[in-house]
Design a protein around this ligand. Structure first.
Ligand SMILES: [Zn+2]
Length: 497
């Protein structure tokens, strides 16, 4: 082949071929750049009367241009959201919408959620007129039924009560008090659709606090019903506690082990405030967390017992002012009863239950938390020794350990709390067999739920006398607003600050 012939063929075949390949390769690369990705996390399974949806969009190149979110059911199509992104191009966008399921004109049942999205990147063949995300979804606009069957009538600030509800179609039933939600547990025969909740009225909730039954289905449809109650105010005591330097020097290394031993005198107050504020708050959070370990049925029966021959040194929901070197340095609420008898006295379980915590618990020192079911728990703090293990089943009166002064305690005593879903309530109510019969037993009897034997009519009277004998300090009537202090001792102070 002559040189000129070669040049001829080269120019009319090889060069154009190469150009065509280069252009095709360029197109192929353009086409290979993936389109927009849409993520809904967690993936929704339901559209209810009101359902929030958050869609995250991610483009690889070219920035996001537009999005359309729609529902498809048979031949029907409903656009839920349509948005064009203006402004500087961005490869990520978040779209949040509220879907009002009942107003869409679709029927309940299965449907498909489609997300269509476009980026600003040119491709030879369009890819963005197909959904970038398709999810099967169920439309459900029927809220669960809810009826309040029976409830404690008279409540007191810092006290408890019980609500029985009937609900069909609910996956979650609860009672709301202010911002708190107290879970209700299925009870009785399955076809009765009954739920029972123990509820705490926090000490600082006033009589205007609404108590609301709530039922929610899996789709998120919610029904609420007001619970008719009468709330009696209670007055709580105030107290001043003098904090001494030598007490802080002795106690703070135990309470703040991370400080690695002795704390200089100038830092004692700061360290004390860390314990009294932060560690106390952590202890409150810990109590709430332990509530999730409760059993869905009562494990207790009869009145709760107070340890024998103990005197009350400090009451529930006392507001305490802490004084250091003549100055008021802090204010906190005391959430239990301080009980003292002799040094290293045995600590009996107030009622039967399961140990859900046994060990050091911040300001409470060595502590045991017993679960009595339905969210009801008792806490025993400042123990010198612990004689039980987590998971152990305990009989009423069984020894849990010995009193001591571990944690934030000035002297040997028992710090005792009654908790409902981690919220402290006055122990007085649960020491009182009559209060239990009238406030917990009555709604259970009205709903024909024999969950606790001792408060059913046939055995109610047998149970009351022994529980009264056990009580060293009989509580006064709950109707008196100033009945928080049955018998305050004048003996040396032992309270947990
Ligand atoms: Zn205490």
């Amino acid at each position: 082949m002559s040189r000129s012939t070669f040049r001829f063929w080269f120019s009319i075949i090889v060069i154009p071929t190469f150009l065509v390949i280069a252009v095709l390769a360029y197109f192929a690369w353009r086409q290979s750049v993936p389109g927009v990705r849409a993520i809904i996390d967690p993936a929704p399974r339901w559209i209810a009367v009101k359902t929030p949806l958050t869609v995250d969009l991610i483009a690889v190149r070219g920035g996001l241009r537009s999005v359309e979110i729609r529902l498809k059911q048979g031949s029907a199509r409903v656009v839920l959201a349509q948005q064009v992104f203006t402004g500087p191009p961005s490869n990520t966008q978040r779209v949040g919408i509220q879907v009002a399921g009942g107003t869409l004109g679709l029927r309940e049942g299965s449907a498909t959620l489609d997300v269509l999205a476009r980026d600003g990147f040119w491709r030879p063949i369009r890819v963005d007129d197909r959904p970038v995300l398709t999810l099967p979804i169920t439309l459900d606009f029927s809220p669960p039924s809810l009826e309040v069957v029976a409830a404690t009538r008279y409540w007191a600030q810092g006290g408890g009560g019980l609500v029985v509800m009937r609900s069909k179609g609910a996956s979650r039933v609860a009672v709301g008090v202010g911002r708190l939600a107290f879970p209700a547990y299925a009870a009785g025969p399955p076809d009765g659709n009954l739920y029972v909740a123990l509820v705490a009225l926090p000490w600082d909730n006033t009589s205007g606090t609404p108590i609301t039954g709530m039922a929610q289905d899996e789709a998120g449809n919610t029904t609420t019903r007001n619970v008719a109650v009468e709330i009696k105010p209670r007055r709580f005591k105030t107290d001043v506690i003098d904090i001494k330097e030598d007490f802080l020097e002795r106690k703070l290394p135990e309470l703040l082990p991370e400080r690695g031993g002795a704390i200089p005198r100038t830092e004692l107050l700061g360290a004390f405030l860390t314990v009294n504020r932060d560690r106390r708050k952590q202890a409150e959070e810990m109590k709430r967390a332990l509530a999730s370990k409760t059993q869905p049925r009562p494990l207790w029966d009869g009145a709760f017992m107070q340890p024998r021959n103990t005197k009350v040194f400090s009451n529930f929901a006392e507001t305490r002012t802490y004084r250091y070197q003549g100055r008021d340095v802090d204010t906190q609420i005391h959430f239990g009863y301080d009980l003292a008898a002799v040094r290293h006295a045995p600590v009996p379980a107030a009622n039967s239950g399961t140990v859900v915590f046994a060990g050091p618990l911040l300001i409470y020192g060595n502590a045991v938390v017993l679960d009595h079911g339905l969210g009801l728990q008792t806490l025993y703090g400042h123990l010198s020794t612990i004689g039980v293990k987590e998971g152990e089943q305990i009989e009423k009166g069984q020894e849990l350990g010995r009193t001591g002064d571990t944690g934030l305690a000035l002297g040997d005593h028992l710090h005792y709390e009654v908790l409902i879903q981690g919220v402290s309530v006055t122990p007085l109510e649960w020491w009182d067999a009559r209060w239990i019969r009238d406030h917990i037993g009555r709604p259970l009897r009205e709903a024909s739920l024999p969950l606790v034997q001792s408060i059913m009519p046939e055995s109610a009277h047998d149970q009351a006398p022994p529980s009264r004998r056990r009580r060293a300090v009989p509580p006064r009537s709950q109707s008196s607003p100033s009945s928080q202090s049955p018998s305050r001792s004048t003996a040396p102070r032992v309270e947990s600050p």
